[in-house]
Design a protein. Sequence first.
Length: 354
Amino acid sequence: MPRRSPTSPLTRAYQRNLKALTSATLRTGQRLAKQVGKEVVRVAAEQRKPPPGDGAWLTGMAMGPGGTRGYHLFKPNLKSDRGEKPPLMVMLHGCGQTGRDFAASTRMNRIAAREGFMVLYPEQDRLHHPQGCWNWYDTRSGNADREAATLMAAVDQVSLLYGIDRERVAVAGLSAGAGMAALLATRYPTRFKAVAMHSGVAPGAARSSATAIGAMSGRRVPLVPAVAVGKAFGAAAVGATLPPMLIVHGDHDAVVASSNAMNAAAVWATACGARPGVERLLQRGRRYPARVTDFKRSGRICVTLYQVAALGHAWSGGASSLAFSDAAGPDASKLVWAFAARAFRLAADASPTP
């Protein structure tokens, strides 16, 4: 019978250490896996958690020429004695955000709960853009218009399901969402009573992904005024009354050049036949100051431009702990709603009495 070769003390020590190291590695891997699993569950639960606001956080899906897009709708707990259909604010998030992120950052739901309007948060699908950006710039291929039509399908859907006042609908967006908000207002000018661009590229400055990069850096400007409406804004805007536009942009924006703010105001005002008034300086408390200019035609505001000092590429006055949000700026959400509410009142006053 063959004799087993003796194992040296050094070999036995190595085997013991290897066994102990393997066990420790397995325990560490299991512990890390549990921690990662808990974090994934926590993040998923956080994304499902409704943003602050006294109302219902509803989920839906709309289908249109650009495919399907999900959305969230904030439906405030409206008082039954109001006796009127609620207005709708459409909020379009920026790149790298979700609808919930945008709701939490802007805190628009709290204003909606207080003022009695609904808020629609469409959400870009990562299959249609890997960074979650709206394709506001891709007008040459028609992709932007198809996406805009899908967003309008979402507006129509919630308007029908929840009894929205179709004569009181406004749209606002941040960055890529601002570009898409302007595109919606030019393609469907009679459907919106107000539009707000926050940190966006001037309408008509880009028609493709390549030109969008130049426009974001301020190297491209909108088409000359004589052809701005027909070519930059589209056939639907020709002869139509464009809704009034609110523009908010930070002077320290390193993503979308601040020159886009003045370019956007100029091209929109030209299309409306409006002229700039005297610039004024506004500051509330310790918030960043803003230079404000109204562009008017026959005494009515066509464009209001807020150029905010020290503000970067972030929602002005937003939640302090979230990305693309700066609590030190003027409260853009309050500005947007006040601008839209004023436009609703003026439109109602201008409508012929039955």
